[in-house]
Ligand binder design. Structure first.
Ligand code: BLA
Length: 511
């Protein structure tokens, strides 16, 4: 029985890419029950590899098929360590010659994937031999950007793809090429942005689970899978989530063809259990990776992931130290000066705790301004607006005009804002501000139209044009770091305490 899964092109995210019912043709697939080793599924091309009709293969046992090698194959199946980390070389005595066998477990089945093997001398340890060189390389760069660039060059050197990109997801899952190595003469994609829909959610979910995938030739004919039907039980769709021969979404194949790519390979970069990005590789002609190359590639992905972690932690620690030092200075000063806001507001530490370029405050109805700020009148209007807007007492934004369009006139000094109300009255508040910047995002094709309708069939398909499409994002400040926001909160709380004491004192004096 042949599995056929039709694709509704109107809903990318609904395509069940883990059960395509077919595989790519650079190998063949058998699924066997874990206990009796009876063949429940096989790909149509077994005939080519095993020289046996598939009707005979389905329902028979591994032992019958592989007589003399059955024992080494079962030993491999049962050894979890071996099958998760390597492949087994299998000789087909009556058929095709040698194949590399990879095995994954799926419920009560083992999925056996036999990868056509050109090079018998393939040595898995060779994959690990370059590890010293790689570790040295990733320790040198000074920034994440430089690290990604060095990694792209390294991977291109090792795996010899025409194009290697480090593709980083933004929080909305659109993505950007932040490192790239391309063969001479090819157009660079560095810096280009791609909409989130180019890699839909179920694909990202799958790539978190299975870190590696190769599409050796976009012009391949999918090889259908057949299922052994025992009695009138309805056949199960074979879940190919962990398989490497899994046939690829036809929509994505069309996407690659539209891009002019013949082979595509990608590796997941995972950080904090999230898909951080991909090492994405293209080739202009068909290209396959051997098991040892795939092992090596997995290692590159792991090294990059862990090194990213090191960089981000180091950057974060530097910022934390700077913020904590400034906060310490401020709190001591507050202790010394009490509510002498005139002195506190001019202290540079007040800006340093959040990386702001200006601070505005209202204390007992008096306005204080330091650094780059709007005019006194605009400052008062802004603080009054924020007082009404801040239901929880705090506002944090990178783009003030989104909530307060009146701020457009001074967006170049105040677009990023952290505001804290200090008492219930409109008289007491403090806010840190920084300028909004205009920046241009260059999308590879119009992000509003990630799909197009075929003029003849009227089917939706991936966009055919990747021509640069510029979007200007206006007046957005750089991001506020969580630690900076916390520091402003701690300082505001201390200030609040002093204000409270001052009010109590005043009440006492009245009595
Ligand atoms: C998968 N899309 C992918 C993959 C990449 C991209 C890298 C992983 C598979 C691979 O390694 O090729 C996208 N490739 C890119 C991008 C660049 C690149 C952005 O080189 C930038 C340089 N795609 C669409 C639309 C749909 C879609 C409109 O554009 C849905 C209708 C779907 N993309 C789609 C699907 C997959 C995918 C379903 C999963 C393919 C699979 O694993 O079966």
């Amino acid at each position: 029985i042949q599995n056929k899964t039709s694709v509704s092109i109107d809903s990318c995210e609904k395509e069940p890419i883990h059960i395509p019912g077919s595989i790519q043709p650079h190998g063949y697939l058998l699924a066997v029950t874990t206990d009796t080793h009876i063949i429940t599924h096989c790909s149509a091309n077994v005939e080519k590899f095993l020289h046996q009709p598939l009707e005979q293969v389905l329902g028979s046992s591994l032992e019958t098929l592989f007589s003399s090698q059955y024992h080494s194959i079962t030993a491999f199946l049962e050894n979890e360590q071996a099958r998760t980390n390597g492949t087994l070389l299998v000789e087909h005595h009556n058929g095709f010659g040698y194949c590399h066998l990879s095995v994954v477990k799926s419920n009560n089945l083992y999925i056996l994937e036999f990868d056509q093997c050109a090079d018998l001398a393939e040595d898995l340890s060779a994959a690990r031999a370059g590890i010293n060189e790689l570790l040295m390389l990733v320790q040198k760069p000074q920034s994440i950007q430089a690290l990604c660039q060095a990694m792209a060059v390294y991977v291109q050197n090792k795996l010899e793809f025409d194009r290697v990109m480090i593709y980083r997801f933004h929080p909305d899952y659109s993505g950007e090429v932040i490192g790239e190595a391309v063969k001479e003469g090819m157009e660079p994609y560095l810096g280009l942005r791609y909409p989130a829909g180019d890699i839909p959610p179920q694909a990202r979910e799958l790539y978190l689970r299975n870190k590696i995938r190769i599409i050796s030739n976009v012009n391949y004919q999918p090889v259908p899978l057949f299922t052994y039907v025992d009695g009138d039980k309805s056949p199960e769709q074979l879940d190919l989530s962990d398989s490497f021969l899994r046939s690829v979404s036809p929509i994505h194949i069309q996407y690659l063809k539209n891009m002019g790519v013949t082979a595509s390979f990608s590796l997941s970069i995972i950080k904090d259990n999230k898909l951080w990005g991909l090492i994405a590789c293209h080739h202009n002609t068909p290209k396959h990776l051997s098991p040892s190359q795939r092992q090596a590639a997995l290692l590159y992905g792991l090294v990059l992931s862990s090194q990213l972690d090191v960089y981000e932690r180091a950057e974060s620690l530097q910022l934390v130290a700077k913020v904590d030092e400034a906060l310490d200075v401020l709190l001591k000063k507050l202790q010394r000066e009490g509510l002498d806001v005139n002195r506190i507001i001019i202290d540079p530490s007040l800006e340093h705790i959040s990386g702001a370029t200006g601070v505005i405050a209202l204390i007992k109805g008096r306005i204080y301004r330091s650094g780059d700020t709007p005019s006194e009148e605009d400052t008062l209007d802004l603080l009054n607006f924020l007082h009404d807007h801040a239901s929880s007492g705090t506002v944090v934004t990178q783009k003030l005009i989104d909530i307060y369009p009146e701020a457009e006139a001074y967006a170049d000094v105040a677009s990023g804002v952290i505001y804290h109300r200090l008492t219930n009255s409109t008289d007491d508040a403090i806010a840190w501000i920084k300028p909004g910047l205009d920046h241009v995002i260059t999308w590879a094709g119009n992000p509003e139209k990630p799909m197009e309708r075929d003029s003849e069939t009227h089917q939706l398909q991936p966009r055919t044009s990747f021509a640069a499409w510029k979007q200007t994002v206006k007046s957005e400040s750089t991001a506020w770091h969580n630690h900076q926001i916390n520091a402003t909160y701690l300082f505001a709380s201390a200030l609040q305490k002093y204000l409270h004491l001052a009010y109590l004192k005043k009440e006492e004096e009245k009595q």
